[in-house]
Design a protein around this ligand. Structure first.
Ligand code: ADP
Ligand code: MG
Length: 685
């Protein structure tokens, strides 16, 4: 086959393979196998040794055994639910082959009377007879070599047998041997000097297999590269769009600087410079501002907004929740005071009259700055001259949503995304490689680090004394009873229990918020807490990210040992946003595991979200880390950012080279298709 034929073969639907009819196709789909290449990514979970060939006098119960026998007798009972049986013999004995759920016709076909066959399966013993029930393999005697060996085991679904699957795999493997290498020699050497097809064949056929074999690494590398490559192409294409450059001086930004009491950190100032440069350039900005909780991203975005407005553009700022949007709105109103800039607030709940007025004033350009929730981007909202979109706390946005966003504003519109989810170094490009990234690392100076303590649950009385004192001084308390079981109900009941318990001491000053509440009810409780009509907020983990509760100075986290570092750090970030000293108390049940102790130790020793994210990944693996589930990173089928850190580094360099040499991209296009990444590129417009 020539190259494009092999390529096409691999990305075809599985139904193109002989033996894949409607039924098998459906079963494969259940395993997310749609293209022919997807079959290959379902790697063997292990291997079964079927080379144990025995005569019928040497059978061992429970052992997987391969036998060579003659078919001597059928027993097909006419009663429902009784299995079909076939008796087979060799010189040394007899055995029954038992079939549940197989039709007579099928059995007659695979086990013709008086023929010699090879059967492989687990031996059991029933009513003084040896049996094999639903054997994995039944083949004619001339196919002995196909069965009598070590055979890969696949994770499959009911109805899809190993035999069928293996046949498909064999077919695919036969067709891919002539693939031409897409990597250059230098890269190839670095990743083990084995070809793609050699590697995939090896992985499916050989018993020895681990994440660090050169064969596995070769395949993982291709996956990493495909992931980084598509993002780098998105970035390149979006940034290629010519836009009307923004022209502004610092008149407005200076004016608003007078309206906030602090001065910017050096880090904030530097990032504002980066953003200004983007705004002033002829190319579209597509930038992520990544910064730990409380690092002061909002003010950076508001200054960016002021500059875009100064350049006569409109700005839209979107937050994921109404309360957070409202806080941004209030802050914006305050710092744009006496600038004459018209700022409006829009959510799904804004009434029709209000909405209409906003629609009008957006089109005629009176409104310069619109702040709100998703409602900002409803179909009936038109801007006359939108120049900057700011999106806060959208760690759930994957690359597809980011592209949609970029399309939404049109070519002249710059995009600034903000996220407080720290990402380990290795993963930044894999998750955000389509954007330019600014990292806000320095925290505002006066800010005191949150003191982190750990306490066994029995000492709850001490904690009550402590929080009583805090409340007396005008401070507030979060009490988190996070998810322990994978059940909302239990989760909820733990929180209710604690709420009742605390209400005994603190009466009406306790509030409760949990995942089962409607959004409105949730907002009501949060507002009560903000207005300080309650002092203690008991919650499951659903406290929204980003909201400023300036008087909250204590957070108590129950069952803290059950949580990952990043998640605990995010929770801890709900306090310590004001000037008072804040405390985070990690409660745990007795007998902490070594790992849990380590986590608590790390949290006590650091307030740096980036550092904590790295440690978290090392301790737990990358899949579990907060926020990654949504970010698309779980899409890795083979690569593991911890085991394969070296490969990520090689890929980063590789990507830079490909970016520089436009023509080389073509060589890798097939790789994007192989990993379903090519279509994303077509969505950019
Ligand atoms: P986040 O990065 O989590 O969104 P915010 O923008 O909400 O953080 O800022 C957290 C708090 O820090 C706010 O109360 C904000 O006013 C304050 N803040 C921001 N920048 C500074 C600074 N340079 N100096 C002092 N306080 C600051
Ligand atoms: Mg924020």
């Amino acid at each position: 086959m020539n190259q494009s034929k092999i390529h096409n073969f691999l990305i075809q639907n599985v139904s193109a393979l002989d033996g894949v009819g409607i039924k098998i196709n459906k079963l494969l789909k259940k395993k997310k196998i749609e293209k022919i290449s997807d079959l290959l990514w379902n790697l063997p979970q292990g291997f079964t040794d079927r080379s144990n060939v025995q005569t019928l006098d040497k059978l061992e119960i429970g052992k997987i055994t391969t036998i060579k026998v003659k078919v001597t007798k059928y027993n097909f009972p006419r009663i429902r639910n009784l299995p079909n049986k076939v008796t087979c013999e060799d010189k040394m004995g007899k055995i029954d082959i038992v079939f549940f759920n197989s039709r007579e016709g099928y059995i007659r076909k695979i086990l013709p009377l008086n023929s010699l066959v090879i059967i492989s399966g687990k031996i059991n013993y029933y009513r003084k007879k040896y049996q094999i029930t639903n054997p994995t393999y039944v083949v004619p005697i001339d196919m002995e070599n196909y069965v009598n060996k070590i055979i890969p085991k696949y994770s499959l679904t009911e109805g899809l047998t190993e035999k069928v699957y293996r046949k498909l795999i064999e077919k695919v493997l036969k067709n891919i041997t002539d693939l031409t290498e897409w990597h250059n020699e230098e890269i190839l050497k670095k990743i083990g000097n084995v070809s793609w097809s050699e590697s995939i064949i090896y992985i499916h056929k050989n018993k020895e297999n681990d994440l660090n074999s050169k064969f596995y690494k070769r395949l993982a590398y291709d996956e990493i590269l495909a992931n980084l490559l598509v993002l780098s192409q998105v970035r390149k294409r979006i940034k290629k769009f010519k836009k009307k450059n923004k022209k502004f001086d610092d008149y407005l930004s200076k004016k608003i600087a007078k309206n906030f009491i602090f001065s910017l950190t050096a880090n904030q100032a530097k990032i504002i410079e980066e953003i200004n440069k983007d705004l002033k350039s002829n190319f579209k900005m597509f930038r992520l501002l990544q910064g730990d909780v409380g690092s002061g991203k909002t003010i950076v975005s508001l200054i960016a907004a002021s500059n875009a407005i100064r350049s006569n553009c409109q700005v839209a700022l979107m937050a994921p929740t109404e309360i957070l949007a409202k806080q941004h709105y209030n802050l914006a109103k305050k710092i744009f005071k006496s600038t004459g800039v018209t700022i409006e607030f829009l959510t799904g709940k804004s009434d029709t009259k209000e909405k209409k007025l906003i629609q009008e004033n957006l089109i005629n350009g009176k409104i310069k700055f619109l702040i709100g929730t998703h409602a900002l981007f409803q179909k009936n909202i038109f801007f006359s001259n939108l120049g900057l979109i700011i999106i806060d706390e959208q760690h759930k946005f994957g690359v597809k949503q980011r592209i949609e966003l970029s399309n939404k504003g049109g070519r002249d519109c710059d995009i600034l995304l903000m996220s407080a989810t720290p990402i380990p170094r290795t993963l930044v490009l894999a998750i955000y490689g389509d954007m330019d990234v600014s990292r806000l690392i320095e925290k505002p100076m006066y800010r005191k680090s949150v003191i982190t303590l750990s306490k066994p649950e029995e000492k709850i009385d001490e904690i009550l004394v402590f929080i009583k004192k805090q409340i007396k001084n005008g401070n507030q308390v979060f009490w988190v009873c996070p998810l322990i079981e994978e059940s909302k109900k239990l989760d909820y009941s733990a929180a209710v229990k604690k709420y009742n318990y605390l209400s005994k001491t603190f009466a009406k000053k306790v509030g409760l918020i949990h995942g089962n509440l409607q959004k409105d009810e949730k907002d009501k409780v949060l507002n009560n807490f903000l207005r300080k009509s309650i002092d203690i907020l008991v919650s499951t983990t659903v406290i929204e990210v980003g909201i400023d509760f300036p008087d909250a100075s204590v957070i108590v986290i129950e069952n803290s040992n059950k949580f990952g570092l990043s998640q605990l750090h995010q929770l801890r970030g709900r306090v310590g946003r004001g000037a008072v000293q804040s405390t985070c108390i990690l409660l745990y049940k007795k007998n902490l595991s070594g790992n849990a102790k380590k986590r608590i130790q790390i949290l006590k020793s650091s307030n740096d979200g980036f550092f904590i994210a790295e440690e978290d990944m090392k301790l737990r693996g990358f899949g579990d880390i907060l926020g990654y589930q949504q970010s698309g990173i779980k899409d890795f089928k083979l690569a593991d950012p911890i085991q394969h850190e070296d490969l990520f580094k090689i890929a980063e360099r590789n990507i830079k080279d490909i970016e520089h040499d436009e023509s080389s991209f073509k060589k890798y296009y097939f790789l994007l298709k192989l990993f379903d990444k090519a279509d994303i590129l077509n969505q950019i417009n």
